[in-house]
Structure formats: structure tokens, C-alpha cells
Design a protein around this ligand. Structure first.
Ligand code: DGY
Length: 323
């Protein structure tokens, strides 16, 4: 008879069925059936004694939580590519490993970036609202005119894993891709995208400006009034990275004054809260952080974490170990 799993795992969220089954087959899992974000004290209490902790993108894992769990905790597994919610330095100091989920969500997130671009440029949510409200007066030559993507310049801030997937999808739509990274990519990786040595230069060449760079302290409130002023008139802003990279006051002002054509946002500062003024603007397309939200991707993210744990158990360092 197979022995009962002995490694104790605490899962702060529900995961896909396939991932939960695999977790349960291997570990003694306790989970937060409320499936919501936990207060630090509640998390420290509930996860006491666990060796592996599973969290996701909106669950803060602060130094105090790490210290409280450190006597037994060996690995923090975050179902996300972003890790700004985990105090990595505290984990490092405590000798606790951190696994995350790069690569496997890049394609799904790039699809959402394309959806936002099309949605804003072609005024999709505005049109949907008109039809649902039963106020569509019927087709007219000048009704709800949007912008065609073909021939426009797409500026990608951060041509990394997700940015490259966006660039690949943008080309068949006839978009000319521009980008800014700290350094230019080798030609075979840049896929013909035009490099700009500064983000200011990129902004000035972006009819559509898409943020895909990972959040970093130096990028907090990156898209502020000064930078928005560098964008061409009627530009579109897309954010699939993190909400705190945008200065909401500046973006809302530019949307309300129609200096910008529109914005497509999948992420918000302090989400699920957001600046309520966004809800009042017609030229903003709002999604609830759907970047990686497909069954295939969430399965792949979960299994990447489980594979990483297996590697650690076998004495190897997995590629998705950050700390
Ligand atoms: C991540 O993984 O960081 C994404 O924002 C969640 O889809």
C-alpha cells in the first residue's frame, strides 16, 4: 500500500482541478477553502508547520509572515511570473527557496494584450454597451469610428518573454513594432523590431504603447504626465504588467481630455480596487487581470511549480527557482 504523503503543504488559493489532484497525490495539503487573499496573521496561523507554501499574485508574503513560518518552511511557490508580492530578500535571508512561473503564461498574456489593443482601437466595449442598452440606432457611415491597427507603430516597453509574444502577434496585424530594453536584443530575437535606447524615444514613436516590463521599484508610476505628453496625440496605452507602473491621475486626465484615444488595462494599482474614475470613461477598456486566465495556462503554471518542487526534492535547482 502506498504510504500517505508526509510533506505538509499550505495552499492559500484553489488551483485548477488537475493541479489540485497532482498536489494532493504528492503532499499532505491543507488549503484555504475561502479561496481569497489572507491577512498576514491569518496566513501565519493557518500555514504554521507547513514546508511548502503555495500563493499567487495578490497574496502578500511579507518578512513577518516568512519569519513566522521559517521554522518549517522550505519553499514558497507563487503561481505567477510577477513576484512583487513576495519579500524575496526576507526569503533569501531565511534560507527559503522561491519558485515562480515564467514563460508558460507569456502566450496567454500576449493574447490579452492583443485583445486590449483591438478592444480600444475598435471601441469594442463601448459598442457592446450600446447594443446591450438597446440604444443602437442602426449602422451609420460615421458611427463609432475607431483606429485601424494596420500601419500603426506599437511601442513595447520590455521586449522580454511576454513582450516578444506580443510582438509576434502584432506583426500579422500590420503593426510596426518598436521597443525599449536596457540593451538591444540580438537581431534573431528582436524579430525586426526597432530599438530605442531610451523610453522617452520609444514613447515618441508609439501610436500604441504597451507595458509588458516586469514591475520594479524604478518603474513605479513610470507612465506619468511628462511621459504621456511624449506620446503622439490620439495614442493608445495598454498595460498588462502591473498597475503601479501607471500614474492614474495623469492617465485619467489624458483620457478624459481626449489627449489619448484610449487605454486598455488588465491590471490596477491596489487591485481589485481601482481608481473609480476609470469606470466613468468610455475610452478605456477594463479587464479584471485576465492575463494568464486560461485552463491550459493555469495548469501549466501549477505543474511548473510541482516540477520545480520535484527537482528540489531530488537535489537539483529548477530553472524557475528565483531564490
Ligand atoms: C503574473 O503571473 O504575475 C500575472 O500577473 C498573473 O497572471
Amino acid at each position: 500500500m502506498p504510504s500517505a504523503p508526509s510533506i505538509r503543504v499550505y495552499a492559500t488559493r484553489r488551483f485548477t482541478q488537475a493541479v489540485e489532484q497532482a498536489m494532493q497525490a504528492r503532499y499532505a495539503v491543507t488549503r484555504n477553502d475561502a479561496d481569497g487573499v489572507m491577512e498576514p496573521e491569518a496566513l501565519a496561523r493557518a500555514a504554521q508547520g507547513c514546508e511548502y507554501l503555495f500563493v499567487s499574485v495578490n497574496q502578500p508574503v511579507a518578512a513577518a509572515t516568512i519569519a513566522a513560518l521559517a521554522p518549517t518552511l522550505k519553499v514558497i511557490c507563487t503561481l505567477s511570473v510577477g513576484t512583487d508580492h513576495v519579500d524575496l530578500e526576507a526569503a533569501r535571508r531565511a534560507g527559503i527557496k522561491v519558485l515562480y512561473t515564467p514563460d508558460v503564461l507569456s502566450e496567454a498574456t500576449a493574447e490579452i494584450a492583443m485583445l486590449l489593443m483591438l478592444g480600444v482601437a475598435r471601441r469594442a466595449s463601448e459598442g457592446d454597451r450600446m447594443v446591450r442598452a438597446d440604444v443602437w440606432p442602426g449602422w451609420a457611415p460615421t458611427q463609432m469610428l475607431g483606429q485601424q491597427l494596420t500601419g500603426r507603430r506599437l511601442g513595447i516597453l520590455g521586449l522580454g518573454r511576454i513582450g516578444k509574444q506580443v510582438a509576434q502577434r502584432a506583426a500579422p496585424f500590420g503593426l510596426q513594432v518598436h521597443y525599449h530594453n536596457r540593451r538591444p536584443l540580438p537581431a534573431d530575437e528582436a524579430m525586426g523590431a526597432v530599438y530605442h535606447a531610451t523610453s522617452d524615444a520609444l514613447l515618441a514613436h508609439s501610436d500604441i504603447f504597451c507595458i509588458t516590463a516586469p514591475s520594479a521599484p524604478e518603474l513605479k508610476s513610470f507612465l506619468d504626465a511628462r511621459r504621456i505628453a511624449l506620446l503622439p496625440r490620439d495614442a493608445i496605452v495598454i498595460n498588462v504588467a502591473r498597475g503601479d507602473m501607471v500614474d492614474d491621475d495623469a492617465l485619467i486626465e489624458a483620457l478624459a481630455s481626449r489627449r489619448l484615444f484610449g487605454a486598455g488595462l488588465d491590471v490596477y494599482r491596489g487591485e481589485p480596487a481601482m481608481d473609480p474614475r476609470y469606470r466613468t470613461l468610455d475610452n478605456v477598456f477594463l479587464l479584471p487581470h485576465l492575463g494568464s486566465a486560461t485552463v491550459e495556462t493555469r495548469d501549466a503554471m501549477g505543474f511548473l511549480l510541482l516540477d520545480g518542487l520535484k527537482a528540489i526534492e531530488e537535489g537539483r535547482r529548477p530553472a524557475n527557482q528565483l531564490v
